[in-house]
Design a protein around this ligand. Structure first.
Ligand SMILES: Cc1cc2nc3c(=O)[nH]c(=O)nc-3n(C[C@H](O)[C@H](O)[C@H](O)COP(=O)(O)O)c2cc1C
Length: 184
């Protein structure tokens, strides 16, 4: 059975990004995967301290909840990372999470992710134009590909402001469901 980890990088639990990530996970579950959703806003974790311990071993030296999550990512078949756009970028929470993924790179900057987990990126934005942040999404996609993930889908939900706005967008929810099914 495939294991899929989902991360919501929005501080708004129950908001659009949370709902989008949950929809991808629901698709994966419907196709037989085992899933787990992690709210980054309630995860006890801090910033990378550049101790460089992970240059020598595939683990994080910090004693917080993210160190265990890194080990779960090594074992996962697939991952979903969701973030709203804040100030044209992912949220600070999501960036903090991405910085803490440094242990997945070896000292030669080659990936230590031997399973090459599939990855769905799930973005939400207030801006109505889906093309507006596309170059930025491509950059995020590239860095996560460099880390060793196999990016299978980049979902973008536009025009979301109130927490439940996404529910009016049946087409993107269907795409999220399909992207999840493909992870299983
Ligand atoms: C601090 C802050 C900054 C934001 N910056 C942007 C932005 O630069 N571009 C944009 O399109 N939307 C921006 N938004 C809107 C959010 O991306 C949008 O409402 C998103 O769907 C919120 O996700 P959530 O419902 O999961 O919290 C911003 C929202 C906040 C709170």
């Amino acid at each position: 059975m495939a294991t899929v980890l989902g991360f919501n990088g929005s501080p708004r639990v129950g908001g659009n990004t949370d709902r989008l990530v949950q929809r991808v996970l629901a698709g994966a579950e419907a196709a037989g995967a085992q899933t787990r959703l992690i709210q980054l806003s309630t995860l006890d974790f801090g910033s990378c301290t550049a101790c460089m311990s992970c240059r020598c071993r595939p683990a994080c030296a910090l004693e917080d909840e993210m160190s265990g999550i890194v080990q779960e990512i090594f074992a996962a078949d697939a991952v979903v990372i969701g973030s709203p756009i804040y100030m044209w970028q992912v949220t600070g929470l999501t960036k903090l999470f991405m910085d803490r993924l440094y242990p997945v790179l070896g000292p030669d900057f080659k990936t230590r992710l031997s399973r090459k987990p599939k990855l769905v990126l799930a973005f939400t934005q207030g801006h109505p134009d889906a093309a507006f942040f596309r170059p930025y999404f491509e950059q995020v996609r590239s860095v996560l590909g460099f880390l060793g993930f196999t990016v299978t889908e980049v979902l973008t939900v536009t025009g979301t402001r109130a927490p439940e706005d996404i529910e009016k967008q049946a087409d993107i929810l269907a795409r999220a469901d399909a992207a999840g099914k493909a992870l299983a």
